[in-house]
Design a binder for this molecule. Sequence first.
Ligand SMILES: [Fe+2]
Length: 193
Amino acid sequence: VPGKPAMGSSGTPILIDWQAGTLAGNAVEQSSKTLGELPGLFRDESARQRLDPETLVYRVQLWQPVHAGTEGGLFWGTTIVEPGKVGAEYFMTHGHFHHIRNRGEYYATVQGEGALILMPEGGQARQEIMSLGTLHYIPGNTAHRVANTGKTQLVFLASWPSDAGYDYDLIRHSGFGASLIEVNGKPVLVPNP
Ligand SMILES: [Fe+2]
């Protein structure tokens, strides 16, 4: 639109729909993960292979107003996790430590029901229940992932330092130490073998 700056370009805002959680603006980046793109993530790998690999597990909208790696900047994201299970394990995000380990993060739930699974480095995994309005502080040195334990989409907002980065490898190699499984209709965090 002539005369109207692109939303989200330097020094201009983007738009957020606070009920849906979704972001709009030229600067918003999008990515998604399907079951086929998450091999080895769920404890029952053969159950994953029996499901349609095109099944959407989650998608992310991301606003990076500064370049990744910039010290002192902040990023913003919206993640939408679909309802579903692989075997008895709920659909979830991959999860990560931050590359700069001591960087923290906020998550805030705007739709659905779920669990934030936290694993401090060298410690025990635990969960915080997510529902409309819950605001979660993720300390540094703590891996984090989100599982959708409900029957509708789980949507949460996030903000984190632009130099935090991601370290997926430790999760990929040693997992989270525990999996969120449905037992008698309820989410239970069970240790991995
Ligand atoms: Fe993070």
